[in-house]
Write a protein that binds this ligand. Structure first.
Ligand code: G
Ligand code: G
Ligand code: NA
Ligand code: MN
Length: 253
């Protein structure tokens, strides 16, 4: 398929870019982190969103080198911010299930050490879909990553399968409430109940709670009233280029 060949070439030629969506504290509105989101500036098709090529990369196995590129690019960016004395915030990268193998911790450590980055500055966002690899494979890898100083966030929480059985076994520090439960609050009673249950449970498990996809003030106020810690969404900021994020962080600190 043509797009696959072009994507392989784009990875090899460093022709992809990361945009960064800030996460803000729901207590004081300050930027407390950001999520790196990949984009493909295509010469003919324009900026291609990840929904159009990440699934392709996952099907073809290209996600392995694409995933390494993302970690490398995020670390290069953090290094550049350190060099420019921009206040550092933790940057989260998304990991696909196919990237999760026994060599992953060594691969990530090598990249982080080569760029001289404190491991706390790189967060790893995973989803429950990871469990297709088998809990007996993935949980030790998660523990290894945490032992090396990386923290794990469980993304899209509530949309996967078997969430509750494994939640207590995952060494995660952060739970991200999926956008699909945020859309309906505060009007939809069911969404409110689900959001409240997730926040209550997550806090009992000592996890930090991030609400994704916050688009308006009513949603923000409701999630804050539940005790949610951080928000990510268009109300605060869409994903932005690296330089724009640096400006926002500098203004904020
Ligand atoms: O930015 P956007 O809303 O289009 O992202 C769509 C999806 O692509 C999200 O589910 C996001 O997690 C995923 N995605 C974005 N960047 C990456 C990445 O670097 N690696 C992986 N595996 N998924 C990503
Ligand atoms: O699956 P994941 O949580 O990684 O997806 C993040 C995606 O959600 C990003 O691609 C980002 O562009 C998108 N996104 C971020 N904030 C909002 C928002 O407020 N509304 C909507 N509809 N999408 C958002
Ligand atoms: Na994600
Ligand atoms: Mn995410």
């Amino acid at each position: 398929w043509q797009l696959e060949g072009e994507l392989r070439q784009a990875v090899n030629e460093n022709a992809l870019v990361l945009h960064y969506q800030p996460k803000a504290s729901l207590r004081n509105g300050r930027i407390v982190g950001a999520e790196a989101l990949i984009r493909w500036p295509h010469p003919v098709q324009g900026m291609i969103p990840p929904s159009r090529f990440v699934p392709l990369a996952e099907e073809t196995g290209l996600i392995y080198s694409l995933g390494n590129w993302v970690i490398e690019a995020a670390c290069r960016q953090i290094h550049d911010w350190m060099r420019k004395s921009i206040p550092l915030i933790p940057i989260a990268v998304n990991l696909s299930a196919r990237q999760f193998d026994a060599q992953l911790p060594d691969r990530i450590s090598e990249i982080v050490e080569r760029h001289g980055i404190p491991p706390e500055m790189l967060r790893l966002e995973i989803t429950e879909s990871l469990l297709v690899r088998g809990a007996e494979l993935v949980i030790p890898i998660m523990n290894d990553l945490v032992a090396r100083g990386f923290s794990l966030s469980l993304d899209d929480f509530g949309t996967g399968y078997s969430s509750l059985a494994y939640l207590k076994k995952f060494p995660i520090s952060t739970l991200k409430i999926d956008r699909s439960f945020v859309i309906g609050v505060p009007q939809d009673k069911n969404d409110c109940a689900i959001a409240q249950a997730i926040v209550t449970m997550g806090k009992q498990l000592d996890h930090e709670i991030v609400a994704e996809g916050i688009e308006n003030k009513a949603q923000m106020d409701f999630l804050r009233s539940l005790g949610c810690d951080q928000l990510q969404g268009y109300l605060f900021s869409p994903p932005v280029p690296a330089d724009r994020l640096a400006e926002m962080v500098c203004k904020d600190h």
